[in-house]
Structure formats: C-alpha cells, structure tokens
Write a protein of this length. Structure first.
Length: 388
C-alpha cells in the first residue's frame, strides 16, 4: 500500500510475499531524494533496500536470535534539502520506530540529521561525500559508496596524464557537497600537473547553464570536470557544453551518471567522456543484480545501488551474529568485524581509520571508463592508491 504525504512517500513492503504468520516486523528506513535532479540516486538507494527486503521475505524472514523478522521498507523523499531530511529523519525514528536507515543521500542532508541519528543510535548508510560524515563522533554512520577523497587523486592523475590535460573548467552545486568536492578535485588536478583555471557555483535547481559555461569556456580550457553534479544536471551540462561548441574531453571523476548523460545529451555528445565507474558490469553477480533491478524498476540501474545493497547484506549478517535487532551497538560491532565478506560487489571489508579515524568506509575496487557509442567501456582498474 502506498500513502502519499506532503513531503514524503511511504512504501511498505511485505504484502504478497510468502511469509510466516508468526514473524515479527523489522522496519528498514530509506531517506533519499526521490524527486528532482537527484532522483536516479534516490531510486538506486530505495531499490537496494527493496531488493534486499525481497531476498529475506521470500525465504520466510530474517532469523535473528531465534525469531523471524519480515522486512518492511519505509521510504521518504528529502528533496535533497537538509530541512526536509531532518523532518523525515524525525519521522523515521520517532513515529516509525526505525533504527536502520538507508541514507541520507547528500552532504547537507547528512550533516543535518547525524546529530539526531547518533543520539538515537540509528545506523545510517550515507552517500554523503563530505569527510564530516565519517567521524568518531558519529559511530553509527556507515558509508557504502567510495567518496571523492579516496578516488580523486589516482583517477585524475591517470586521466590527466592520458589526455595531456593542463587547463580545466568546472561547475559545482553551491552546497556542502559541491563545495567540498570542488576543493578535493581542484587539489587533485594540481597534484597531477594541471590547473582548474575556472570554476563556478550554482543552485541545484538551475537548468540553464549557458551564461556560466560561457564564462568558463572563455578561459580557454582543454577539459571540463563534471564531478559533484547530479546525473540529470551532468547530462544538461554535457548537452549545453557541446551546443556551445566545446569539443574537448569531459571528465566525470565521481558518481555514476552515465545513463542520464547519454539520455539527455545523446550518444554523439557523450563521446570521449571519461567517467568514474563504481562497478564492473560484466561480473556475474553484478550482471544478475543489474538485470533484476532494471526488470523491477524499468530504468537503468545507477551504479550506487549495489553498494547500498552490499551494505544491507552486511547489516543483516551482523544482526544474525549479534543475535539482536534492537541493540544497534552490538549490530554495529558485528558489522565492523565482517571482512572479506562475499557480497554482490565481491569480497568487501571496511577502511577509513587512518583518514577519518572511523573504520566505517566500505572498501572495494573501482574503475575508469570512457563512453563510446553511449556505452561505458572500462579502461583502467583502480584501488586506493593507483589506477592501471
């Protein structure tokens, strides 16, 4: 049954699946952007939660401490706004009684809700790239996606050397996410021997970038950086850049946006775009997950989805080992103990202690791809320190 609220959408799973009558209900929250420019990311998170719930419910529930639990997913749209995210978080925790949340999505929403989720010991799985999202002050905040802080240096070094990039231009959203990513990316280009000679900031609702792009192109750039922008915005930027006559390489250092770029800008305009590739689509487990996701949602799968799905797999396993769903301290400790655990991404573990003093960053390989004929072809495999 779907109920629509003024600011949110509530989605309950479980009906129609084969479940034991005696099973209790465990609610899994989703706090994500389900409308507007960040919809592709939000659907990727919501889909991960729903598919993970289907896995459990189709087998009669999740067995923890001698009890069976049916998973019910409760999803709220935060519109990529900190105030709406905080309102939705309060509702998830205090009205719905939820202790496990897939989200929040962006840096500004994440920073707004972390004090509440931490105080109430609610485990979150954030997509926020800000380094502030992982901290000893926030022991219940996990990050399944690999942030710019990790992949920007090796990836930009590899791409800049391959393309001979020296002068880079970029547009970033004028919020916590965009500002933080701009700092990290600009430093990475300088370390690679290039310079960001022009950068502009804009409000996320903007769709006409011609005046800003005209100023950037006036600086005689030889490459344009797309990182920090939502998939739909990235597509608009590529389209408008090409319409303004820019023929140089375009680089998407982070965040899967390939499907939206090709859909909005077209395959021809998307040629020679170097993109961050979170996954290897040819891996059997990944191919199966992608096929399942796209069959259910009728949209291309955003590559962030399997990372949240893997984090939920780890969390469900941690609940079993902890023997409780109520004590999130014990679940958290068991989740951190899982290393080399087999997921849809392959074997994963945790990292981050050295960088953020919080070992709650998922550790997995990543890739660089180039768009050819509207399809991303992997050209390099990367780990924390290098791409080759």
């Amino acid at each position: 049954m779907i109920k629509r609220h003024k600011f949110a959408m509530l989605l309950c799973l479980g009906a129609g699946l084969s479940q034991p009558v005696s099973a209790e209900t465990l609610k899994l929250g989703v706090l994500a952007t389900l409308s507007g420019a960040g919809t592709a990311w939000g659907i990727s998170m919501q889909g991960a939660a729903e598919l993970a719930a289907e896995d459990v419910n189709s087998k009669g529930g999740l067995e923890v401490g001698g009890k069976k639990y049916n998973i019910e997913v409760v999803a709220y749209d935060d519109h990529y706004k900190a105030a709406d995210a905080l309102t939705a978080t309060n509702r998830l925790i205090f009205d719905d009684g939820i202790k496990y949340i897939v989200g929040p999505l962006g840096s500004a929403p994440s920073l707004a809700v972390l004090p509440v989720t931490t105080e109430n010991k609610a485990i979150t799985m954030t997509m926020a790239f800000t380094p502030k999202a992982l901290s000893p002050d926030f022991p219940f905040s996990f990050r399944p996606v690999i942030p710019t802080d990790i992949f920007s240096d090796p990836q930009i070094k590899w791409v800049a050397k391959r393309l001979g990039v020296k002068r880079v231009g970029a547009l970033f959203p004028n919020d916590e996410s965009g500002q933080q990513i701009a700092v990290v990316v600009e430093a990475a280009y300088e370390a690679a021997g290039a310079k960001m000679v022009s950068k502009e900031f804009f409000e996320r609702e903007r769709v006409d970038f011609v005046p800003l792009l005209t100023r950037v192109l006036a600086q005689n750039i030889d490459a344009f950086e797309l990182d920090g922008n939502s998939p739909q915005t990235a597509g608009l930027l590529v389209k408008q850049l090409r319409e303004l006559g820019f023929k140089g390489p375009i680089i998407r250092t982070g965040g899967d946006a390939t499907a939206d770029i090709v859909k909005i800008a077209g395959a021809e305009a998307s040629e020679r775009i170097y993109v961050h590739q979170s996954i290897d689509p040819s891996a059997p487990a990944m191919a199966a997950y992608t096929k399942r996701f796209e069959a259910k949602y009728k949209v291309p799968m955003n590559a962030f989805s399997p990372f949240f799905y893997a984090n939920i797999q780890l969390m469900f396993e941690a609940m079993k080992k902890a023997g409780t769903v109520a004590d999130t301290d014990k679940v958290r400790q068991q989740m951190l103990s899982l290393t080399g655990f087999e997921t849809v991404l392959g074997k994963v573990g945790w990292t981050g202690q050295e960088q953020w003093k919080s070992n709650q960053q998922l550790d997995a390989p990543y890739y660089i791809a180039v768009l050819k004929g509207g399809v991303a072809a992997i050209v390099a495999t990367c780990e924390r320190t290098r791409c080759e």
